[in-house]
Design a protein around this ligand. Structure first.
Ligand SMILES: [Zn+2]
Length: 592
């Protein structure tokens, strides 16, 4: 299908940002004028209340203009990448963005300059500047971690090679031996590996698993060296900036205590891990294999369900599923239809995947590739969770405080997904095959976001610990640690093939510096929020309030307003007891 053959109502309305690429390009002039105005404030940002207020207003205006340009360019490009006008616009937008950073680099230095600190504190403590509190605090918090101008200058020069380790491993493009399926050779890469591992024929799974992972044997030393380099560079940055460890550095931006990281790991990897092992023992029984192993985990124990939904039916389902969020939420949500937030259909040239995006001044936008199965409905429901979070955050905050942190972002989208599952489980309560399918999906989701991520986080921490106590990460260390920790993770029901030890080389997240534990928190919060939403009305108000907060408070405070204290065991207990109840039902209907 071509884009111009698709009905308007199934395409997003980007004209609300700009009427044409030409108009978007014209906005670059305004952007440059704003930059010039901000540069005129150099040296006097904090000198008077008037200049300070002017600086904030201009910064907000600039931010809005730049993000309007970027979002319009990117989204136009995602649906029409071969359009010359769009390509030109995209390149120009990227140039503008990098020039803003360079031209306004002085701001950070000026705000953190010794002679300005008292002013910064004065504004911070002045109730009149309540709206600027988060902005000012984000600078004040940097003070103990900011070094002299010379040190910072030298440090910034190191990024040219320090950040190269992660890119170095990406340049290694491995070619895997093909997999034989019915006498035919089939292409193997990371994406097709997943499909081969879902195949009911164990020989195909075995061959794919072996051909894929054993390829890493010859390159293990190189992968180990790049990971070692990347982690050492991150640790170097932590030391330069006075952090007590790499973990302390990584949690700084979210302003959470290190005990939160420990809490998530303890809950998922110690206290509740037995629940995961129970699931694996059921999977082993269902497989009828004595040597049930990691290469058998992706074979679905349930049949695909033949459920198809038109876009209209999908929307209806979502309205029903999200009804527990109240009439006002549904009323506001309906804007996604009337204002055309969504670009639904797949067509020639459109990028794959799905996302929710937008700017402070625009409506939210969703890109997706609707194919009409249950997954499509879930994707739309998930992205609408992000979109509504943005919609309320933008509406209730000035630009400076509107953006919420990634740390809390997945709460809104997973909450929507869990509500959809609860609704469907109820709708199909007498349809065993649909129930099996839904339970299996939900169980897999929770394993993927909670248990698996907490396992990765623990593994990542042990790699850092190895380096931070003065050692080098070699392939042997990386592989042995992985095998030992995998044994504890999978438990007694799952056999581990020798090649599993190469898996860490294919996981990009270990280059993200303690990122993955946030997934587990998002899921736990969503499960806990939904369980209370379905019980009492007051938790609905708390959750809706949370959606309006944007970036006006720190993540832990925002989550508390939503009714979840992520430092308390209860959140994880609730989530994983719920997980356990899903397994119990799954076992009952699968093994009877
Ligand atoms: Zn998401």
């Amino acid at each position: 299908m071509k884009r111009d053959e698709i009905e308007e109502k199934y395409k997003w309305d980007l004209t609300k940002l700009f009427r044409s690429p030409k108009e978007a390009i014209a906005s670059i002039d305004l952007i440059n004028k704003l930059i010039e105005k901000i540069i005129l404030l150099e040296g006097k940002i904090l000198s008077t209340e008037a200049t300070f207020e002017e600086f904030i207003t201009l910064s907000e205006e600039l931010d809005n203009k730049v993000s309007n340009l970027y979002v319009y360019a990117k989204q136009s490009y995602d649906v029409a990448p071969s359009d010359k006008q769009v390509q030109d616009l995209y390149a120009k937008a990227m140039d503008v963005i990098s020039s803003v950073d360079t031209k306004l680099f002085f701001i950070k230095n000026e705000l953190l300059d010794d002679k300005n600190i008292d002013k910064l504190k004065k504004y911070y403590n002045d109730e009149k500047y309540h709206d600027y509190k988060m902005f000012l605090e984000s600078y004040l918090r940097l003070l103990p971690h900011t070094r002299s101008k010379e040190v910072e200058e030298v440090y910034s020069l190191t990024s040219a090679f320090g950040e190269g380790f992660a890119t170095a491993k990406d340049t290694l493009k491995l070619k895997y031996p093909p997999v034989r399926v019915n006498g035919e050779e089939k292409f193997l890469n990371q994406a097709t590996l997943q499909l081969f591992l879902e195949n009911k024929d164990r020989n195909i799974r075995k061959e794919a698993y072996h051909n894929f992972y054993s390829k890493y044997e010859d390159f293990a030393a190189i992968y180990a060296a790049t990971l070692d380099g990347d982690m050492k560079y991150y640790i170097f940055g932590s030391k330069v900036h006075n952090f007590s460890s790499s973990l302390e550095r990584s949690i700084f931006n979210d302003n959470v205590p290190a005990s939160l990281f420990e809490k998530v790991l303890d809950m998922c990897n110690n206290k509740h891990r037995g629940k995961l092992h129970r699931y694996y023992s059921i999977m082993k029984k269902l497989s009828n294999l004595d040597d049930f192993s990691t290469l058998d985990l992706n074979v679905s124990p349930v049949n695909d369900v033949d459920l198809h939904f038109s876009i209209e039916e999908g929307k209806e389902l979502i309205y029903q599923a999200l009804a527990p969020l109240g009439e006002q939420y549904i009323k506001d949500l309906k804007h996604f239809e009337t204002d055309r937030w969504v670009d639904y259909l797949t067509h020639e040239g459109k990028r794959v995947g799905a996302y929710s995006f937008g700017t402070y001044e625009s409506q939210p936008y969703i890109m997706m590739n609707w194919v009409g199965n249950l997954d499509s409905v879930y994707t739309l429901c998930h992205e609408l969770g992000h979109s509504m979070h943005s919609y309320y955050s933008n509406k209730n905050n000035r630009a400076l405080n509107a953006n919420y942190k990634i740390f809390v972002a997945e709460v809104a989208s997973i909450t929507n997904e869990v509500l959809l599952t609860e609704y469907l489980l109820n709708k199909y309560k007498d349809d065993i095959s649909v129930r099996k399918y839904l339970l299996n999906n939900m169980i897999k989701d929770i394993i993927g976001t909670m248990f698996r991520q907490a396992f990765f986080a623990e593994y990542e921490r042990s790699l850092y610990a190895h380096i931070e106590s003065g050692n080098t990460l070699t392939a042997e260390v990386i592989e042995n640690l992985y095998l030992t920790q995998s044994k504890a993770y999978y438990g007694e029901s799952v056999v581990l093939p020798e090649e599993l030890k190469y898996q860490p080389y294919c996981i990009p997240h270990f280059y993200y510096h303690y990122y993955v534990y946030k997934y587990a928190i998002g899921e736990a919060c969503a499960l806990s929020i939904v369980s209370r939403l379905l019980k009492d009305n007051s938790s609905k108000q708390a959750y809706l309030k949370f959606l309006t907060l944007g970036g006006s408070a720190w993540p832990l405070e925002e989550l508390k307003i939503a009714g979840v204290d992520v430092l308390d065991d209860q959140v994880y207990d609730d989530a994983l007891v719920y997980f356990d109840s899903l397994i119990t039902e799954f076992e009952k209907i699968m093994l009877k």
